[in-house]
Design a protein around this ligand. Sequence first.
Ligand code: NAD
Length: 478
Amino acid sequence: MNDRMLIDGQWTEGESGRRIEVRNPATGEVFAAVSEGDAGSIDQAVAAARASFEDGRWRDLPPATRGKILWRLADLLEANADEIARLETSNVGMPLVMAHYQVSAAAEALRYFAGWATKIHGRSTELNNGFQRHMGYTLREPVGVVGAIVPWNAPLLMVAWKLGPALAAGCSTVLKPAENTPLTALAFGRLALEAGIPAGVVNVVPGYGATAGAALAAHMDVDKLSFTGSTNVGRELLRAATGNFKRLTLELGGKSPFIICEDAALDEAIGAAQMAILANCGQNCSAGSRLIVHRSVYDRVLEGVAAGARGIPQGDGLDPASQIGPLVSQKQLERVSAYIESGKAGGATVVAGGERLDRPGYFVQPTVFADVAGDLAIAREEIFGPVLVVSRFDEVDEAVAMANDTDYGLASYVWSQDAKRPHQIARRIRAGTVWVNTALAIDPSLPVGGFKQSGWGRENGPDGIEAYLETKSVIAAI
Ligand code: NAD
């Protein structure tokens, strides 16, 4: 297991000598400790990234070579999938099958962006405003040194979604994983070197948000910052980025609506609604946390999701019987528990769950609330836990209004067997993703990102590579 930071191709302890303890959320026990990076470590990592960018050791490689190396990195991730998935499960708590899926999804994202390396083109144009015998063309160039700050809920996959396109574009990178889940990011750094990415192009500095994260966000020599995490921190990063007007991609929170119409395939819809809120114990930015159900099927759906919440096997992610694990940390357990208590105090009805589990680790029961007043925090704020709020509607217009009645706009779900209706609804929902008669299906070819306070910009798809490029116009007399 790699437990030191990676700067300029070297595994280093960091000047402070301090370490961050890493816990297994299924037991609460410390099972590793990694070097703690601070502002000084970030300075060193940014300097290494800058040097590697300026001397062209990566950006000036033939694009096909960059693509082949990224593909090799994807292969290495898969060849080490057992080790990496176990690290992810031990550190995040997600079931091992889900951790394996995330390793595959990370590898597929790298392969998708490996393909983009050879498809980054400018355009040529004739000048037509009086400059005769001139021509112009555009160059697409890597944006430069990229800072990537990733969260703890899907640590490896978020690394691939950021470093995949950044590296395909020819950028050099400094990655700061979340303080509590650094292990798979460090493994990624090791495999990046093994794949042949030159020293200094991928630097990995574990550290706290307020120190290492803030230093990276404010750094005057970082050209682009890509962040996934909470909306509040996103707001701070906006301010931090003003120093040098660094480019920003922000993938922030959500409170995503899941609409079930009266003509939905109900059994499937109930199963999907359950998965949309319970996958990764609700710690998913696209979790379907607001279930909005047509009055005529409301009782059946409520009963179905509540029974599902009561019956789902919960336990240590390393136990193959577990379909959901614990929350990631004591802090998250307290946060989610406080939301549940605030819902009860606000008069909402607990239809399932509502308590912590009486066992070691950070376990809370999957919880379903009904009869929730619209202004309660559980109806409006991102809980990031297995907590579902169910409400009913009569007319489609009402469902759309309820879906859009949020500060967020990351994802949404629509269930109806009508040929046209879900697509009509999809057009009216202000969110970056609409899943129609499915849930949480993702693909690197499709952009992910938010409307409103869910963020700025998109990751994945063609937009994902754009986010790491600058455009330069060249105008020449001929
Ligand atoms: P967070 O936003 O604080 O942490 C995400 C990342 O940002 C971590 O790497 C962290 O170290 C870093 N960070 C924190 N403060 C920073 C700062 N001032 N400058 C730079 N980097 C900083 O999230 P959290 O506190 O771990 O979780 C709180 C809530 O955020 C969750 O309950 C959830 O609602 C939300 N969240 C959302 C996502 C998402 O994918 N949208 C992911 C994680 C958390």
